[in-house]
Design a protein around this ligand. Structure first.
Ligand SMILES: [Mn+2]
Length: 428
């Protein structure tokens, strides 16, 4: 069983079509009164895609435990199949982001499987935050910033290998996140460690094809708990400046302190031409890796408000990569990723509804209340009929999770894929 039957999707859609048409017409009328053409919004939403992370389709865990679900993917080919189902039903996730060495296989076979399930390949992700079996040097005390030159070289070579695999897959970007840092005051020289990191990254950039971008991802803490080499967006911006025109900052929504104004960070990076992309997820306390939009959908909307503003201003070279990066510990990962992709689309659709002319006027005249209400009125609009219509028009499911549950996909793959081990350590 590779995909869910298209007949089943069609039948489910037929049963919901009448109600959808009525809801869509009602919303269309409402938006028309606000001077918005619903068809234009639907077209934009239909054209929007967010990449799914290959590691997201396995059940995640914490450093305490992992509780695997049935039918977990055995390898990258199973993962690609699951990602294909997500895209089939939502029409919103046309690409997958691979993680090396977890997904290391013959690139030709990976490309063939991607073609089979209708997926392209987004940014490649390197891993120098854990040791791969048999590697010569350990990353226990760092990778690209390690005090030992041979360890740094091993990490550089690994990143270059990720670029090589990505080239064969049609990827155009490398995302680098390192766990390097320190756990004790005095353990590492902040300056020397950062100098070593920058020198290593410069060697990686030298191997970058001219039409590729490199994204560096900042994270405040964890696995290092006292200091982290790439800890915040300021450091990340310095890195992108140091590394040159192909280097950009990646914003993972969970990698900030609680209450940090992420949408303003996004605006700053746009203003100075260094926003590379996103890892979408949600959080309450830290890097919780919760489902996108599950805790604070307003913040997600405010991030998209900045993105749409930049898009509509025609900011030169503005082309951020959109990826999900979250850990599904208590849900079926396919359902969570479908829901999250739709939440990202929802935030995009709502941001498209912002009356930017009115907002600019309220800002100019210092009318704080009306400026804030201009955003709120877009956020309050229930755009579900737009999302559903975009899915229906491209042959995806009006109700992806309902169809997925009725399809029996999870039970079918569980019959083929052996139960995976639980235990500790599942953090991704
Ligand atoms: Mn991330």
């Amino acid at each position: 069983m590779s995909k869910i039957s298209t007949d089943m999707v069609g039948e489910a859609n037929s049963g919901r079509d009448k109600a959808l048409q009525a809801d869509y017409a009602a919303l269309g009328e409402h938006l028309d009164r606000r001077g918005i053409d619903i068809e234009k919004i639907t077209e934009k939403v239909a054209a929007y895609g967010v990449a799914v992370p290959s590691w997201g389709v396995g059940t995640g865990g914490t450093r305490f435990a992992r509780f695997p679900g049935p039918g977990e993917p055995r390898d990258i080919f199973d993962k690609l199949q699951d990602c294909g189902v997500i895209h089939q039903l939502t029409g919103a996730t046309p690409t997958v982001s691979l993680h090396i060495p977890w997904d290391k296989e013959d690139p030709k076979a990976l490309k063939a499987k991607g073609d089979e399930v209708g997926l392209g390949f987004d940014a490649m992700n390197s891993n120098t935050f854990s040791d791969a079996p048999g590697q010569a040097h350990s990353y226990k005390f760092g990778s690209l910033s390690h005090t030992d030159a041979a360890t740094r070289q091993q990490a550089i070579d690994h990143n270059i290998e990720c670029i090589e695999i990505g080239k064969a897959l049609g990827s155009k970007a490398l995302t680098v996140w390192v766990g390097d840092g320190s756990n004790f005051p005095g353990q590492a020289s902040f300056t020397a460690q950062f100098e070593r990191y920058l020198a290593s990254m410069k060697d990686v950039v030298k191997a970058l094809p001219s039409d590729w971008r490199i994204f560096t991802e900042h994270k405040m803490y964890e696995p290092a708990f006292y200091s982290t080499v790439v800890q915040d967006w300021g450091t990340n911006y310095m890195i992108a400046r140091e590394l040159g025109e192909q280097a950009f900052c990646l914003v993972d929504l969970g990698h900030h302190a609680p209450n940090v104004n992420i949408e303003m960070i996004v605006a700053r990076l746009i203003q100075f031409g260094k926003l590379g992309g996103f890892h979408f997820n949600d959080s309450k306390y830290g890097d919780d890796d919760l489902d996108t939009g599950s805790i604070d959908p307003y913040r997600l909307f405010l991030v998209f408000n900045e993105l749409v503003d930049a898009e509509q201003r025609g900011v030169k070279g503005f082309d951020p990569a959109h990826m999900l990066d979250q850990s599904h510990n208590v849900t079926d990962p396919i359902e969570s990723l479908m829901q999250s992709a739709m939440e990202v689309q929802r935030a995009y659709a709502q941001a498209l509804l912002v009356d930017r002319k009115a907002l600019a006027h309220h800002q100019q005249t210092n009318d704080a209340l009306m400026a804030s209400q201009t955003l709120k009125s877009a956020f309050r609009t229930d755009v579900e009929p737009i999302l559903a219509m975009a899915r229906r028009n491209k042959g995806a499911a009006i109700d992806p999770i309902g169809v997925y549950r009725r399809s029996g996909y999870r039970n079918a793959v569980a019959a083929i894929r052996p139960a995976s081990a639980g235990g500790s350590g599942g953090i991704v």
